[in-house]
Design a protein around this ligand. Sequence first.
Ligand code: OFO
Length: 167
Amino acid sequence: MLSAVIQDALNNQVTIEAQSSQVYLSMASWAETQGFEGVSQFMYAQSDEERMHMLKLVKFINERGGHAKVSSLKAPPLEFGSFKEMFQELFNHEVAVSGYINDLVDISLKEKDYATHNFLQWYVSEQIEEEAQARNILDKINLIGDDKSGFYLFDNDIKQLIGADSK
Ligand code: OFO
């Protein structure tokens, strides 16, 4: 059985994952309107992954006798300036999510909820991969700079990353 403290903290994370999915969906749509098919496919897949992270939490909360709550979300930005800015935002977002996951792990230990602690380890590993992936993408974009043909190749290459970190 989940304590009220854990249930609230997990439900807060449900909202954070849903919000991530929403932001990445907006990035996907914006990239698509810019004609970058690879980047948009990658971002649609990232959005789906965040929804999967959210559903995993929903199932866990309900399985443990709690009630997973679906809440309203903030509207994400519609424009992202440049791909460099967009991927910088994705990286910052993932770093922030890692912080929230760490806080959750902390709460699970304080509450002596070892089942939740165990469950959260999946998210800890996932965040290491997602941060590393976002950092790699940013490094590549910085190398490309203003080179249009480099960006064309990047748009094609990024398709290979789709699903690479999903298990
Ligand atoms: Fe990439 O954030 Fe979910 O966990």
